[in-house]
Unconditional design. Structure first.
Length: 144
């Protein structure tokens, strides 16, 4: 691997880790783990999803998602519903408790992310977003 590419990869990891640490602190103050927050945020922003869809969205492993889901069910934040099309599939749904919790945390997390990116001006942010999409192969209808 060339030094420039390695430096880019390390920089991306460090930037994401820095923001994730801030998010972890924010959500732990609300009694959630980072993974629990990610599940609630996915359901909040995208609506009801199957366990597999949530797992893929938050980049969790098959082994950890059941524990995360079970704990959120015990906390009263989500409920499992049977999929009408396929009874073997569980659909995750935010309860009012879960909605209220994520509705309070999500704007704070968004503000934290915006604040973390203050070093970039608007044009630099647009360029970075474009370059990341290009790197991920998501331009011109391509998917990675």
């Amino acid at each position: 691997m060339h030094k420039l590419e390695l430096g880019i990869l390390i920089g991306l990891h460090r930037s994401v880790n820095m923001i994730d640490k801030k998010t972890k602190k924010l959500v732990s103050d609300q009694g959630l783990t980072f993974s629990q927050f990610m599940v609630l945020e996915a359901l909040y922003s995208k609506g009801d999803m199957s366990v597999g869809e949530v797992r893929d969205r938050i980049l969790s492993s098959e082994g950890t998602i059941p524990l995360i889901v079970n704990n959120l069910v015990k906390m009263g934040c989500i409920e499992r519903r049977v999929c009408e099309e396929d009874k073997r599939v569980s659909i995750l749904h935010l309860t009012q408790t879960g909605y209220d919790l994520i509705h309070e945390i999500a704007p704070k997390n968004e503000a934290l992310i915006v604040d973390s990116m203050k070093a970039l001006d608007k044009e630099e942010k647009k360029e970075l977003a474009y370059l990341l999409k290009k790197l991920g192969g998501r331009l011109d209808g391509k998917t990675s």
